[in-house]
Design a protein around this ligand. Sequence first.
Ligand SMILES: [Zn+2]
Length: 212
Amino acid sequence: VFDVGAGPNFMPSAGELMSNLDAAGISPEEVTHVLFTHAHPDHIWGLLDDFDEPVFPDAEYYINRAEWDYWRADDTLEKTPEARKSFVVGARNRFEVLEDVINLFDFGDEVLSGIEAVDTSGHTPGHTSFAIHGGDESLMVLGDAVTNSVVSFPKPDWPSGSDQDSEKGIATRMALLDRLAGEKSRFAGFHLPGSGVGFAEKAGTGYRFVPA
Ligand SMILES: [Zn+2]
């Protein structure tokens, strides 16, 4: 599983991961590995059930070392704008539960067999996309490096309000779209329309999102 969603307490339209897994016939105990792209609420708050226990009790958990260190740093709460302080508190609460079991990786690592950690920092300091290689098909799990099909693709050089480091977010998005369009790679974006799965095609000075 890549990211655990928001859980029931972030926004009314979110928190459907467990019921969707159930619909797919997958029980929580069957999940063996959970990889996080970053620690924003809609990607990690779903970690805990009503009893503050991890929803995937038998899984191994993985997150980028820079992401782990950033949210845990002493000055992060103080440096975060008021409107996003709950992001810090929420991430820390989840990290506390994971503290003894978390596996940390670095950009460029092969996190699991055939799964490469791609540096897509900018949205957050340790934001990671995962390139899954295997057989004839590949897939890149984007996370939030490219979030908006209407804006991010045609105008990747426009700053995104949701990127913590706007300049780095732009550089990351341009490099990532160049790679995805060049390799004709299939990808999954968590905020893209429909299933979120598609391809990037060069269009004019930018790109366009082609749903798969
Ligand atoms: Zn995010």
